[in-house]
Design a protein around this ligand. Structure first.
Ligand SMILES: C[S@@+](CC[C@H](N)C(=O)[O-])C[C@H]1O[C@@H](n2cnc3c(N)ncnc32)[C@H](O)[C@@H]1O
Length: 227
C-alpha cells in the first residue's frame, strides 16, 4: 500500500490562547451531559468482563480497529486491556482473534471515561493513540485538552501515553496537564522503527511524517473532577 497521508494543516501557531480558560472552566464546571444508554450498557458488559479478569487495567482510548488493543494485550499479558471506540465500522474490521485479556467496546469516550471514574477503576496505563487532531483553531474544544471531559482523563491517573503526528496537539495537552495536575510532561519524537502500534502510526510514518509522544505518570485524583 502506498501511504500518502497529508501533514497537518493548521491556522494555529502555538498553544491556543483560550486553552487555560477552557481548562479552568472544565475544572470548575461539572459536565452535565447525560450518559447515553448505549454507552452505559457497553460499560456494564466491560465491567462484567473485567471482574472476571482479576488483572490490572489498561485503557486504549480511541482504539480504532483495535490493532493496538491486541498488541498491548500481548505485550502486557498480566493486564486486562479494554479498547474503546465509537466507530462500529472500525471495530468490526477483522484483525484476528482477540487475546483472552483484551476486550473491544463500542462507546463514546466522553461517557465511558466518566463511568470508569465513577466505578473507581484505576488504569495502570492509559493510551490515547493518534486522537483526531481537529487542527483548526476554532476546534479547540473538540481536542481532548480543550474538552470538558479533560479533568476526568487526568483524574483516572496511571501512566498516560499520547501519540500524534501533530506536535502542537501534544504540547497543548502537556500545558493543559500542567494546569490541571501541576506536572509538566515532555513531548519527544517517536520513532516506531517499523514496529507500528496502530494503523494510523503506520500510515503517518510511511508518509514521511514525524511522530511525537507524551508520557506522564499521573496520580489517581477523583476529586479533581467538579461535581
Ligand atoms: C485518528 S483515529 C486513530 C485510531 C487508532 N488509535 C489508530 O491510531 O489507528 C481516532 C479514533 O478515535 C475515535 N474517537 C474519536 N472521538 C471518540 C469518542 N468521543 N468516543 C470514542 N471514540 C472516539 C474515532 O472513532 C477514531 O477511531
Amino acid at each position: 500500500m502506498h501511504a500518502n497521508s497529508r501533514s497537518i494543516v493548521t491556522n494555529q501557531h502555538g498553544v491556543h490562547q483560550d486553552l487555560s480558560r477552557r481548562v479552568d472552566r472544565a475544572l470548575t464546571h461539572p459536565l452535565r451531559k447525560p450518559v447515553a444508554e448505549h454507552t452505559r450498557r457497553a460499560f456494564d458488559e466491560a465491567r462484567a468482563w473485567l471482574s472476571a479478569q482479576e488483572r490490572a487495567l489498561i485503557l486504549d482510548a480511541g482504539c480504532g480497529t483495535g490493532v493496538s488493543t491486541r498488541r498491548l494485550a500481548c505485550a502486557y499479558p498480566d493486564h486486562a486491556v479494554i479498547g474503546i471506540d465509537r466507530s462500529a465500522d472500525r471495530l468490526a474490521r477483522q484483525h484476528g482473534t482477540l487475546p483472552d485479556n483484551a476486550c473491544l467496546v463500542r462507546a463514546d469516550l466522553v461517557d465511558f471515561w466518566r463511568l470508569v471514574l465513577a466505578a473507581g477503576w484505576q488504569p495502570a496505563r492509559h493510551y490515547l493513540l493518534y486522537p483526531n487532531p481537529y487542527p483548526k483553531s476554532g476546534h479547540l474544544k473538540m481536542r481532548w485538552q480543550g474538552h470538558p471531559v479533560f479533568p476526568v482523563i487526568q483524574a483516572l491517573g496511571g501512566r498516560l501515553e499520547l501519540r500524534s503526528n501533530w506536535r502542537l496537539y501534544l504540547e497543548e495537552f502537556a500545558e493543559a496537564t500542567r494546569l490541571a495536575s501541576d506536572v509538566v510532561p515532555d513531548v519527544v519524537e517517536h520513532d516506531p522503527a517499523g514496529d507500528y502500534l496502530t494503523p494510523f502510526e503506520r500510515k503517518y510514518h510511511e508518509s514521511g511524517q514525524r511522530l511525537w509522544k507524551l508520557i506522564v505518570d499521573l496520580p489517581y485524583r477523583p476529586g479533581l473532577v467538579p461535581t
